[in-house]
Design a protein around this ligand. Structure first.
Ligand code: SPV
Ligand code: MG
Length: 552
């Protein structure tokens, strides 16, 4: 066991060409099995074979054409390239007659080496070839012409280990043992690295007779397709180097595909075949999808989780009168889309996919695809903090909390995601100057450490918030909180703790979110602001709604 491992490791460090050469030279009888595409090449290797026969018959059949050089040599080489990429064991190409004369052979060898093919077998017949098992007494190549082809191939290879195997068709063509030996000797002298002696007899007698006369002058290769009954040990005893199982993956594929096709056709169902075919997962494994996953980890930019959002949308919005009779404020139409849908789309466009909406008034009307919902059924008698408690499970690092009645653009989301505070509030520094707004409306004003100036346009400035609430005096205020905040991981922890504290029996059930934020500030949390200089709106009354309809 141990020594096999060591041998395998040693073999892996050799080139494919060197490994095929070693197989030809070894004293053992070695085996290679046919493959005809990348998938079958993988399967041959998976089974344990040390090499692959790129069969002309199988490749042409798999391409749906005859074994008569109907597929061009470059088309065959394209298939070989896939096979070579898909496997790590050496591939011996069935080179037919070399696809032309010595000159074509030279180019073939160079192109094969470029694709890391370990060797090629060429047969002493005429182009275009016909499969050896078809017809009788096919014409053979002129010996000298074929020797020139072998020499030209050997002179063209750049890796000394690349193998050129001369395939002798004299027995199949009915020319007898003497001619087979005469040709083999000529090809050996021309530089062939091995002789493939082919036979279409149902027994191995002529092959064994040839091997005996050949007497190890060079490695012998056989293709026991027709004399498959001969026990493999007979080849060992005859000192054969390499046996090619030449077409059995193609033939088994045909059997399997026929049975499956017929059955699916007849049954108009997949049920009966499902257990007989490999799983899709198995296909993925053969394609080595895991490697792609690992590579993606390495090479693709990490997709940063852009976080999630909680929308507090439980209240009716009574100041909108009849407009909120049958639906909550968040579901009021703003030019063909409910307010809440517009907000969800804004979140989505900023990469925030998970949106949890706290419903209350007319909750059945909150019908936006893709959102998660939780309910504050006590909405009429409670403040926003009670609503947020219902969404406690959704509070995590990078979670945003928004009032359900505001409209804003998505650029502020990236400012928020760059902010470093435990809790970051979006603050409008221009809150006084909005002439259209009701002077008496209740606004959550904030006092920031640093008032807004134009230099905030370059962003990234840290702004701490010292106070927030409706009791902040306008002459002290640096801006208005628009009803949107974001929390960091620590911010999420602090907020959850604060929510737990206010979830107690005697807690004030009308507590508003700014009150909770003020408590965090008082407890020493890092609450900061990003200034919003783009249009935004909260929809409190009919004028706001008209403005909203103009804004979108
Ligand atoms: C092939 O596999 O294409 C061969 C072997 O050349 S045989 O079909 O036996 O000729
Ligand atoms: Mg062939």
């Amino acid at each position: 066991m141990h020594s096999t491992k060591v041998e395998n490791a040693a073999a892996q460090s050799l080139t494919k060409a060197a490994r095929l050469r070693a197989m030809l030279k070894s004293d053992e009888l070695e085996f290679i099995l046919e493959a005809h595409n990348g998938l079958s090449a993988k399967i041959v290797e998976e089974a344990g074979f040390k090499g692959i026969w790129a069969s002309g018959l199988s490749i042409s059949a798999a391409l749906g054409v005859r074994d008569n050089n109907e597929a061009s040599w470059t088309q065959v080489i394209d298939v070989l390239e896939f096979m070579s990429d898909a496997s790590t064991v050496p591939i011996l190409m069935d080179g037919d007659t070399g696809f032309g004369n010595f000159n074509n052979m030279r180019r073939l060898v160079r192109k094969l080496e470029q694709r890391d093919i370990a060797g090629v077998a060429i047969e002493d017949k005429l182009f275009p070839k016909t499969n050896s098992f078809i017809g009788e007494a096919q014409p053979l190549a002129d010996v000298d012409e074929f020797c020139g082809k072998i020499k030209a191939g050997k002179d063209s290879q750049s890796d000394d280990d690349f193998s050129i195997i001369a395939r002798v068709e004299a027995l199949i063509a009915g020319w007898g043992l003497g001619e087979a030996l005469r040709r083999s000797e000529a090809y050996r002298k021309a530089g062939a690295d091995a002789i493939l002696i082919h036979s279409k007899k149902a027994d191995a007698n002529e092959i064994l007779a040839f091997a005996k006369e050949w007497a190890d002058r060079s490695p012998l290769v056989i293709v026991p397709t027709m004399y498959y009954r001969t026990p493999t040990d007979a080849y060992r005893e005859a000192s054969i180097s390499l046996a090619i199982w030449a077409n059995h993956n193609l033939r088994t594929a045909i059997t399997a595909m026929r049975n499956t096709s017929r059955e699916i056709y007849e049954n108009q169902s997949l049920v009966s075949v499902e257990d007989r075919v490999v799983t899709v997962a198995d296909v993925f494994t053969l394609q080595d999808n895991d490697e792609l996953k690992r590579a993606e980890q390495r090479y693709l930019p990490k997709t940063r989780d852009k976080g999630s959002a909680i929308v507090l949308a439980a209240s009716r919005g009574a100041t909108l009168g009849p407009l909120t009779e049958d639906r909550p404020k968040c579901m009021i139409d703003v030019r063909g889309k409910p307010l809440l849908l517009r907000m969800v789309e804004t979140f989505n466009s900023g990469g925030i996919r998970k949106v949890t909406v706290v419903r209350g008034y007319r909750k059945e009307m909150v019908d936006i695809p893709g959102i998660h919902t939780v309910d504050n059924d006590d909405y009429a008698d409670t403040g926003e903090v009670r609503s947020l408690i219902q969404a406690k499970n959704a509070i995590k690092a990078d979670t945003l909390v928004a009032y359900g009645d505001i409209l804003f653009g998505s650029t502020v989301l990236s400012d928020l995601s760059n902010a470093q505070h435990d809790v970051t509030l979006v603050v409008d520094p221009d809150w006084r100057h909005e002439a259209y707004r009701d002077a008496d409306r209740a606004v959550d004003l904030v006092i920031c450490e640093t008032p807004y100036t134009r230099r905030f346009l370059d962003r990234g400035e840290r702004v701490s918030v010292n106070r927030i609430g409706q009791d902040v005096r306008p002459d002290q205020a640096t801006g208005e909180w628009i009803g949107l905040l974001r929390m960091s991981e620590r911010g999420a922890e602090l907020l959850r703790e604060a929510l737990n504290a206010s979830d107690e029996e005697d807690a004030d059930r009308t507590l508003r979110l700014p009150d909770l934020v003020q408590r965090l500030i008082d407890a020493g949390a890092d609450v900061g602001a990003v200034y919003l200089t783009e249009p935004w709106l909260d929809v409190d009354n009919a004028i706001d709604l008209a403005t909203a309809r103009n804004m979108v």
